[in-house]
Design a protein around this ligand. Structure first.
Ligand code: 2AM
Length: 217
């Protein structure tokens, strides 16, 4: 019946506490503001606009998408494959409602999304499901590679894209593409990977408290 169908959430994940959400949002806005002014970014502006001469205001370009969180398992109310098994997993049940500290190690921007990479600890990896997308490349990426927080999406782009954009950058790195080092910024080093893909590796990871829980919507 309908109640049974509702018994699984839309997704499980780590939810940032409201006070740190503001801090992370500010950091991301500052980064976008700075990136926008860089000559190197202007040089590759057509990645974002399709036209070389047009201007782009990155802060307007991306729209925020609700509460900041790092999705572990997308359940789609039970319709997604593996959702039931995940919800019934003893580790998932044990840690449900527990506090964690997430480490944000990088920020990334593409013409589609802006996000923060989350570097998971061994304990946090226990809550990370097997992810076919991480295993998809010719040599698969380490477990947890997709872990991220969506900070914003371009118009008509769904948040699921953020993790795929991150995997794309990590795949390039794994294939040996160093990217083009752009400059040392206050927050860390900025690298360009072509096709509008920018990665800011943070000098100091941002540590943020987060609660492992689920979202029904
Ligand atoms: P996100 O984790 O990149 O932000 C609700 O849509 C949440 O579930 C969003 O946070 C979204 O992306 C995530 N999500 C949506 N579809 C997904 C999918 N097919 N696989 C993994 N995560 C998904």
């Amino acid at each position: 019946g309908p109640l049974e169908e509702m018994s699984l959430p839309l997704f499980f994940g780590w939810f940032l506490l409201p006070s740190v959400q503001d801090k992370v949002r500010c950091t991301s806005m500052d980064f976008l503001k700075t990136l926008d002014t860089l000559e190197a970014f202007k040089k590759h502006l057509s990645d974002f606009t399709g036209k070389a001469e047009k201007e782009v205001d990155l802060e307007q370009y991306f729209q925020a998408k609700g509460t900041l969180h790092c999705t572990t398992e997308f359940c789609d109310y039970g319709k997604a494959p593996g959702a039931k098994e995940y919800a019934q997993n003893t580790t998932v049940k044990e840690f449900y409602g527990s506090a964690f500290e997430l480490s944000l190690s990088a920020l990334f921007v593409t013409p589609r999304t802006v996000g923060a990479r989350v570097s998971l600890t061994e304990e946090q990896l226990l809550l990370w499901p097997a992810d076919p997308k991480e295993e998809a490349g010719s040599t698969s990426l380490p477990r947890g590679s997709r872990a991220h927080i969506t900070l914003g999406c371009a118009e008509h782009v769904e948040p699921v894209q953020t993790g795929l954009d991150l995997l794309e950058i990590l795949t390039l790195q794994q294939e040996g593409q160093q990217g083009e080092p752009i400059e040392e910024m206050e927050l860390g080093s900025l690298t360009y990977y072509g096709e509008g893909r920018w990665l800011l590796t943070l000098r100091e990871p941002i540590c943020t408290p987060a609660c492992f829980s689920s979202f029904y919507g």
